[in-house]
Design a protein around this ligand. Structure first.
Ligand SMILES: *Cc1c(COP(=O)(O)O)cnc(C)c1O
Length: 412
């Protein structure tokens, strides 16, 4: 028998919140030193942010990339580029980061939530179609956990209605759909460089597009809409300073050089998890969208609660007791159950822009979201990062096998 203390000592899993689970070192230090020595810390005059933009555009194969302050800022730029009228609707997913939703409200548009596939946790063409209306101005698709959404049908639907598609790739660096990099499929795409993403600068974001008009508008939106270099520059429209600084850009350039290596490591770790966990009754390993490369921001198991005494929550509790950090139910509740949406807490007491919405756009009835509730009731999120070794994975696998066996005996 291991004592709890012994298990704790043995199982120190690398964490993406500190150096144990992040690969930040000499490469970043050298570039950071150059940025500081140059004395130019603003991207309007320096070169690192420009280099990051150029290199990332080449990485995913798009014409233009603009760096910005965060993934949320990236989504805000994308929405601003599409320039909705107040009350226009943007279809989005009920399971995502709030940073992908609040920018819609800041631009005066209404987030209209569509249901997700209960096994891949992603939007589908069918769930999007169910929420389309004459006011739909854009579709915002998140490739959740690094698994690409099934984009062919989604793009066909969007093209047939002439509606632009924004891809939220914050969790999907390096992922591919039918051989094509995610982020190069829709009209605009957004990435985050936050502490816990595939590559990181602490905070930071990137937007990408092949559309010159959207690209220009996003560039301006990041720069207070000031027309740098124009013959008669002005502040052309309402916009903020969402710029990334050169220190962040320097770290970003160094991180991007390691992206392939990180992605390959994550895939290898996930494959080791798959082979260790396949065949446990009541547990299904991640379902990857057909013809896709999933890059495992997290590793999610689908748990059939009825197979375990105490269900998903007890399984998670026992794993945590074995020092396996895991998150049952991911975000706990669908995005529309959060106060900002449910109680319409926006600008003063105005409730704007919800006041402009069609009632059906704000219909969050449970029946409309069977996939969402099923997904949240069954998903167990296990962390993973580029520093996981085979022995880390083996220990996690053994802990899950043992816990599952204990709880199955009790329920049998
Ligand atoms: C992290 C994340 C964001 C927001 O990015 P920040 O850099 O935290 O603002 C948006 N969408 C998704 C899917 C995310 O995972």
């Amino acid at each position: 028998m291991n004592t709890a203390a012994e298990i704790l000592k043995r199982l120190q899993l690398p964490s993406d919140q500190d150096a144990t689970g992040r690969d930040l070192g000499d490469d970043e230090m050298v570039k950071l030193g150059l940025a500081i020595e140059s004395g130019t810390l603003t991207s309007t005059k320096g070169n690192f942010v420009k280099e990051l933009e150029t290199n990332f555009a080449a990485t995913i194969g798009v014409d233009q990339v603009h760096a910005c302050a965060s993934g949320s800022a990236a989504v805000h730029c994308a929405v601003a580029a599409i320039d909705p009228e107040p009350g226009d609707e943007i279809i989005t997913t009920s399971i995502t980061d709030m940073g992908a939703i609040t920018p819609i409200l800041y631009q005066g548009a209404i987030p209209v939530f569509a249901d997700v596939d209960p096994h891949t946790y992603n939007l589908t063409a069918a769930t999007i179609e169910a929420r389309l209306s004459p006011r739909t101005k854009a579709i915002l698709v998140t490739h959740l956990f690094g698994n690409p959404a099934d984009m062919a049908d989604i793009m066909d639907l969007a093209r047939s209605r002439d509606i632009p598609v924004i891809e939220d790739c914050a969790q999907a660096f390096g992922a591919k759909y039918r051989g094509q990099a995610v982020g190069s499929i829709g009209d605009i795409s957004c990435f985050s460089l936050q502490q816990g993403k595939h590559i990181t600068t602490g905070e930071g974001g990137l937007v990408a597009t092949n559309n010159a008009d959207y690209g220009r508008r996003m560039y301006l939106f990041i720069n207070k809409a000031w027309g740098y270099g124009d013959p008669n520059p002005d502040h052309y429209f309402l916009a903020l300073n969402y710029r990334m600084n050169e220190l962040t850009g320097a770290v970003g350039v160094a991180q991007l050089e390691k992206l392939d290596q990180f992605v390959n490591r994550r895939i290898a770790v996930a494959e080791q998890f798959n082979s260790g966990l396949r065949g446990i009754r009541g547990i299904t390993t991640p379902r990857v969208t057909a013809d896709s490369i999933h890059t495992y921001w997290k590793y999610c198991l689908e748990v059939d609660s009825s197979a375990f005494a105490g269900g998903l929550d007890e399984l998670a509790k026992q794993l945590k007791a074995r020092n396996i950090f895991c998150a049952p139910r991911y975000i706990q509740k669908p995005a529309f159950e959060c106060a900002v949406i449910k109680e319409q807490r926006t600008f003063g007491s105005s409730r704007f822009p919800f006041t402009l919405a069609r009632p059906e756009a704000l219909d969050y009835s449970r029946e409309l979201f069977s996939g969402t509730y099923a997904a949240l009731a069954s998903v167990l999120v296990l962390p993973l990062n580029e520093k996981y070794t085979s022995s880390h994975v083996r220990e996690v696998v053994e802990a899950i096998q043992a816990t599952a066996a204990d709880l199955q005996e009790e329920s049998a």
